[in-house]
Design a protein. Structure first.
Length: 242
């Protein structure tokens, strides 16, 4: 038997019946518009839990060049559906401001020690006031690889702590192209329904398009794919999203 046949059998063995049934609903040769794609994501999300809907965008940029980096933040109109745990490095009035805004963890040097000594990562976003970055900088090698290091471009190094915390809680997400020229971001939960997911999708895609570097040449949006946590990928027509 052919190598292609064996490969297909092997791939089928990796997935359960629900996944294979979902695949049958999708035309892999077709690019769907935003509404059709989201509708298919909902139909193919068959897990017993509320699956996250993920967006993957392959860009026509070379992230090895500084002038072709794509990075930014955007507040999704309907949030991500995830409870975001926030850690804030601040002192004095700014620490009180962070607590009042709803940050789960607030502190200074003692939090640095806790992270370093206990390998503590029970939080999703780290925010810091600029005067604390000298202290937080010691955690660069620990927080950096996890994408948790505060950054002015992401709005997580700021004296406006109240706004920063509330924005994150409201559904602010950061998007950033990886070394493979792909942006991966969540756009919500299956339970949101079609209308809310489409609005979130259009919001993040508009932000990504607006972030196109001047140095990027040729086709910018190479491919756009939507999928639920346990579902198959669904190709979206980049020209029929906004």
């Amino acid at each position: 038997m052919s190598e292609k046949y064996h490969k297909e059998v092997k791939n089928r063995m990796k997935h359960g019946k629900k996944y294979l049934d979902s695949v049958k609903l999708i035309d892999s040769t077709r690019l769907y518009d935003a509404n059709e794609a989201v509708d298919l994501v909902l139909k193919t999300a068959k897990a017993k839990f509320d699956e996250t809907v993920d967006l993957s965008v392959r860009l026509g940029v070379d992230p090895r060049h500084a002038d072709q980096q794509v990075r930014g933040t955007v507040i999704l109109p309907h949030g991500t559906g995830k409870t975001v745990r926030v850690l804030v490095f601040a002192k004095g009035d700014k620490a009180k401001e962070a607590e009042a805004a709803g940050a789960e963890y607030v502190g200074a040097e003692e939090l640095v020690s806790k992270i370093q000594n206990e390998n503590w990562f029970d939080y999703d976003v780290v925010i810091a006031t600029p005067d604390m970055m000298g202290v937080v900088g010691r955690l660069g090698k620990v927080l950096g690889p996890k994408g948790l290091m505060p950054n002015p471009k992401a709005g997580t190094v700021t004296f406006d702590i109240e706004k920063a915390v509330k924005d994150v809680k409201a559904g602010k997400i950061e998007y950033r192209v990886d070394k493979n020229s792909i942006i991966h971001v969540p756009i919500g939960k299956v339970s949101f329904g079609q209308e809310k997911l489409v609005e979130n999708l259009k919001t993040i895609m508009d932000a990504i398009i607006r972030s196109k570097p001047a140095a990027a040449k040729g086709q910018y949006l190479k491919s756009v794919v939507l999928s639920s946590t346990m579902g198959p990928g669904i190709k979206v027509n980049p020209q029929r999203i906004l």
